[in-house]
Design a protein around this ligand. Structure first.
Ligand SMILES: *Cc1c(COP(=O)(O)O)cnc(C)c1O
Length: 370
């Protein structure tokens, strides 16, 4: 029996490997491995794709968030409102700059921040909000920007899982003050290694970001601020440049797969499939269902039928050991706790075949309809 993986990059490489090989060999032969035209060209193409004035490449999505917080002068004593139902990097970087993550609960339909709870969490120390467009599903940015603007808060969009997603006709990452992207291989636009990018329309923020990513210097050996070394390699830049041309068609495949999942799964008892929010266009980084009871047993049963599913995320951040000192208790953010107990992400990648998808669907039916 062939086990269907949650994610598989080998088919994609079969399709575009010759293009990638050629571009990588050109970089290797050029001797220019760091900086240069490859990076600048990718930054231009990426900014244009997102619909932002400027894009700045960096080493990872985590670095993108860290640099964004630093560029907005967020640090010790500041509070940043965010979601606990996300990958650790979202909150980890808030803590890394010395600020405090303030977790609010999620909307059970979208798994994203419950925007109705933001205002109650704002204090005089609040500097920014980091919405995460989780699983590819965009946050209602119209509503979020109205709240942020009314309270003069900055918005850093965590776009790691949603490159190409749109809210009200605009790509996410072009709506808040700063957008942060990850090119980790399993993201919608993935490198062959680590990579990230930051988008903004503000030239001052952009120049600060460039300074911070390059050891805190604007030029030469004069260091203005405490910076970091966070570069995108030329090899990754040329790979991403090629993949960017395919991104829309891959995202369309994901949408087609999500629609097909929905048409079969919505009638199966015991689970709730995800539904895209009106007003936005999801790019389905994950296809995450809710399992009303015995999620872990269903996961094991699926695996025995050759379907490998994943749990993103089993413990919400406010209950992680690392954040024990913040004093959150189980039950305090009940929708996040419930999501962590119920979510199951089914195999989802642009090359998932109908045959593979059928195996996922029939296995779910076998497990749930008795
Ligand atoms: C992947 C991810 C990150 C971090 O990106 P890396 O490139 O792995 O550092 C941040 N936030 C979210 C929501 C992510 O999914």
């Amino acid at each position: 029996m062939n086990t269907i993986p949650p994610f598989d990059l080998s088919e994609q490489f079969k399709a575009i490997g010759s293009e990638i090989n050629q571009a990588v060999l050109e970089v290797l032969a050029s001797g220019r491995y760091i900086g240069g035209a490859a990076i600048e060209n990718f930054e231009k193409s990426f900014a244009q794709y997102i619909g932002s004035d400027i894009a700045i490449a960096c080493n990872s999505g985590t670095d993108a968030l860290f640099l964004a917080l630093r560029a907005l002068d967020i640090g010790a004593g500041d509070e940043v409102i965010t979601t606990p139902f996300t990958f650790i990097a979202t909150a980890e970087t808030i803590s890394a700059v010395g600020a405090i993550p303030v977790f609010i609960d999620i909307d059970p339909q979208t798994f994203n921040l419950d925007l109705n709870q933001i205002e109650a969490a704002i204090t005089p120390k609040t500097k920014a909000i980091i919405p995460v467009h989780l699983f590819g599903q965009p946050v209602d940015m119209t509503k979020l920007m109205a709240i942020a603007d009314a309270h003069q808060l900055k918005v850093i969009e965590d776009c790691a899982q949603c490159t190409g997603a749109e809210w009200a006709g605009k790509r996410v990452g072009s709506i808040g003050q700063i957008g942060c992207f990850s090119f980790y291989p399993t993201k919608n636009l993935g490198a062959c290694g680590d990579g990230g990018a930051i988008t903004t329309n503000d030239p001052e923020i952009a120049s600060k970001l460039k300074m911070l990513r390059d050891h805190g210097r604007y030029s030469g050996y004069y260091h203005e601020a405490l910076g970091v070394n966070s570069r995108l390699d030329a090899v990754q830049a040329v790979i991403l440049q090629i993949k960017l041309r395919y991104l829309d068609s891959w995202n369309q495949n994901r949408t087609r797969i999500a629609d097909r999942y929905f048409s079969f799964l919505s009638s199966i008892p015991g689970i709730t499939p995800p539904q895209a929010l009106a007003g936005g266009q999801s790019v389905w980084n994950q296809y995450t269902i809710r399992v009303h009871e015995n999620r872990d047993q269903l996961k094991a049963d699926l695996l025995s039928k050759g379907v490998n599913s994943m749990i993103y995320y089993p413990i919400p951040l406010h209950l992680q050991p690392v954040y024990k000192s913040l004093g959150y208790q189980p039950g305090q953010l009940p929708e996040s706790d419930r999501a962590a107990a119920q979510v199951l992400s089914l195999p989802m990648f642009p090359e998932l075949s109908e045959e593979q998808q059928d195996q996922v669907i029939y296995s779910l039916k076998d497990c749930l309809i008795r």
